[in-house]
Design a protein around this ligand. Sequence first.
Ligand code: C2E
Ligand code: MG
Ligand code: MG
Ligand code: MG
Length: 292
Amino acid sequence: KVKQAGKNNYRFFSQEMNESFLQELELEAKLRRALDRKEFILYYQPQIDIQENTVDGVEALIRWDNDELGLVSPGQFIPLAERTGLILEIGNWVLQRACCETKFMQEKTGMDLEIAVNLSPRQFKDKELIDKVDNALDQSGLAPHYLTLEITESIIMEDIDQSIETLMQLKERGINISVDDFGTGYSSLNYLSTYPLDELKIDRSFIMDIPADEEKVSISKAVINLAHALNLTVTAEGVEEYEQIKFLKENECERLQGYYYSKPVPRDSMLHFLEYKNNFEEGKYDGTGYLA
Ligand code: C2E
Ligand code: MG
Ligand code: MG
Ligand code: MG
């Protein structure tokens, strides 16, 4: 009887699930080789200072360029990298690369360009995180205050004491901390005020429907007010329309990021963008910086 159940179980797994399991194994094998084969690339998306109308920073967003798969977006492999632990190596590469390329862009343009790097949960909990960050800064020669690390609410709400300890160590070095996708997770507002943070990023899902959707408008205003009450700056993600910019400016959001200005692009396209498109004076800019 036991044997029978086992057999049924096997059959249950043998169809679709087995197929997707094999697909995942194949993807994992490819992902394991990707670093050695230098298949990762960093793309950069500008972050615009709403008062100055200029770029004050860029966010590094990884892409995977594989012969068979083509250009793979992070949504398709970061979760797998996170599950398998490969994210630690990949993430370390991202840190090093982002710091080096930012230093290079600073030298080329003469700008005080800032760089934002995303950290996954596993990276944030890594005991060697601080050493890895120190190394990336040392090797690139990038000053720590140019670096922002983006983490999500759920990461820091998980192990509060350990999170505060890690954040303090980063802050001691002058590194900035930003809370990504804010509003999609759940934060204890009480704890939020005890963390050493610098910025909240309002998630694209709220920005997308303003100013038409009244609820999203209220939420966006509330997040901006909350951030300011906590002495944090606010960046809006996913800005695509001029109407959104008007709203965000009226409501004292400090920074904007989105396709309106530019999609994420490779370093040299970003350099070109910084040289030729870096003036978004109100009314004059019509979103033609739209690159790639
Ligand atoms: P995120 O950090 O919230 O990045 C913003 C995402 O929104 C990016 O997607 C960006 O291309 C997209 N985006 C920006 N502006 C607009 C817009 O106006 N409209 C629309 N429709 N989308 C916009 P991407 O590059 O596919 O990255 C997805 C997520 O993958 C990131 O979300 C981040 O969580 C993760 N990720 C990307 N690079 C890295 C990395 O180097 N390390 C880690 N750990 N995670 C990364
Ligand atoms: Mg700044
Ligand atoms: Mg981010
Ligand atoms: Mg985000």
